[in-house]
Design a binder for this molecule. Structure first.
Ligand code: NAD
Length: 345
């Protein structure tokens, strides 16, 4: 039977732990803010080593969703869910049904979607127990996997950053190092290949790297070396925390722009470390907003055209980079201030 335990966490509207021993289910949902609209965010499944780690991750991710919606001009709030478990071995039908019951117990305060470790087909099972789910498959009336839209947004952000740093927005002939060729990294690599970009890739799963190499001309590199590639752009598309005191001194790229949420391990110090190295960081929650926009446009506004919204990412990146240059602040700190302003209006 599902057991739901609320936690009181400062700055969050709602945080709940859900457990059901019969399905080996252990998850946390965090609703950061519903000030601008319903809280929407993906479900991440990951083999966290402790509940404490999972809680820390879900809180950071939920807050980033609030900022993402705010800076992207969406009438949405921010929330997120994490399931503790290995998506490769622990993801069962009964576990996904428990997730559906858990979401349903919140009566619409949290609207689910997919994140790392969860597929649209998994959401179809979750949706058997609750209607508060977006991004189910077409067959189930949803708008499906938002990863292509996320990749398109990153491409738009990369173009804006290239224009800002290198004087032209062309990606032809540029070198991009992608960390993580999962659903977003894969789509991004496809788009970059079409642009004539030279690619380096790394992934925890060697089979992913092999698959990529069969599909595009990409050079596979060891996991520990991908951030050290002499590239124009380093694109973190795995999990958070890759920009930290150990990795920043070894980065060789001119720009960092990728899908991974919460790329800085220490959000107070690391953005300044990167700025001191003269490497431009494009805030993750601006460039990876394409997925949220896909769900918002198709399932909340019930509209079809995404392109103007994706172009808006290019404009937002330009605005944030210009303001950060003028104020000599790291782009993430500038973006946080701009998102906060929108939340306070
Ligand atoms: P995914 O699980 O499909 O892909 C992640 C890939 O990264 C996997 O192939 C995994 O093996 C690999 N990986 C994990 N740790 C790694 C490491 N240390 N080094 C190299 N590879 C590693 O997830 P996804 O949907 O592609 O999302 C990627 C990131 O983008 C996540 O942080 C997610 O939160 C974020 N994001 C995704 C979307 C979306 O639309 N899917 C939207 C916004 C943000």
């Amino acid at each position: 039977m599902l057991q739901v335990t609320p936690l009181k966490i400062k700055g969050f509207e709602l945080v709940v732990i859900g457990k059901d021993s019969s399905s080996n289910f252990h998850a946390i949902i965090a609703v950061h803010s519903t000030k601008l609209g319903p809280s929407l965010g993906g479900i991440r499944m990951w083999p966290y080593t402790s509940e404490k780690d999972a809680l820390q991750d879900v809180l950071r991710l939920a807050e980033a969703m609030t900022k993402k919606a705010a800076i992207s001009g969406l009438q949405m709030g921010g929330g997120k869910a994490v399931i503790i478990g290995d998506p490769g071995t622990d993801k069962t039908r009964s576990l996904l049904c428990s997730m559906g019951e858990f979401i349903d117990s919140l009566q619409g305060k949290y609207l689910a979607a997919k994140d790392s470790g969860i597929l649209p087909e998994d959401l179809d099972i979750v949706a058997e127990k609750t209607r508060h789910v977006t991004g189910t498959t077409d067959k189930h009336g949803g708008s499906g996997d938002p990863s292509l839209a996320t990749a398109k947004g990153i491409l738009a952000g990369m173009q804006a950053a290239c224009k800002f740093v290198l004087g032209t927005n062309t990606l032809k002939g540029r070198v991009v190092a992608i960390q993580g060729v999962g659903q977003v990294g894969w789509n991004l690599g496809n788009l970059l290949t079409q642009q004539g970009t030279k690619l380096f890739v790394a992934d925890l799963q060697p089979s992913r790297v092999k698959q990529v190499q069969r599909s595009w001309k990409a050079t596979g590199v060891p996991l520990s070396k991908i951030h050290q590639i002499q590239a124009d752009i380093f694109a973190p598309c795995a999990l958070g925390g890759i920009l930290n005191a150990d990795t920043i001194p070894h980065l060789q790229a001119k720009i960092v722009a990728g899908a991974a949420n919460n790329q800085f391990f220490d959000e107070e110090q690391d953005p300044y470390r990167l700025m001191k190295r003269n490497i431009l960081h494009v805030p993750d929650y601006i460039v990876n907003a394409g997925g949220l926009i896909h769900l918002y446009v198709h399932e909340i506004l019930h509209q079809q055209r995404l392109a103007p919204w994706i172009s808006n990412i290019e404009r937002t990146v330009h605005q944030v980079l210009s303001a950060s240059f003028q104020k000599q602040l790291p782009p993430l700190i500038m973006a946080n201030q701009m998102a906060l302003q929108r939340l306070e209006l």
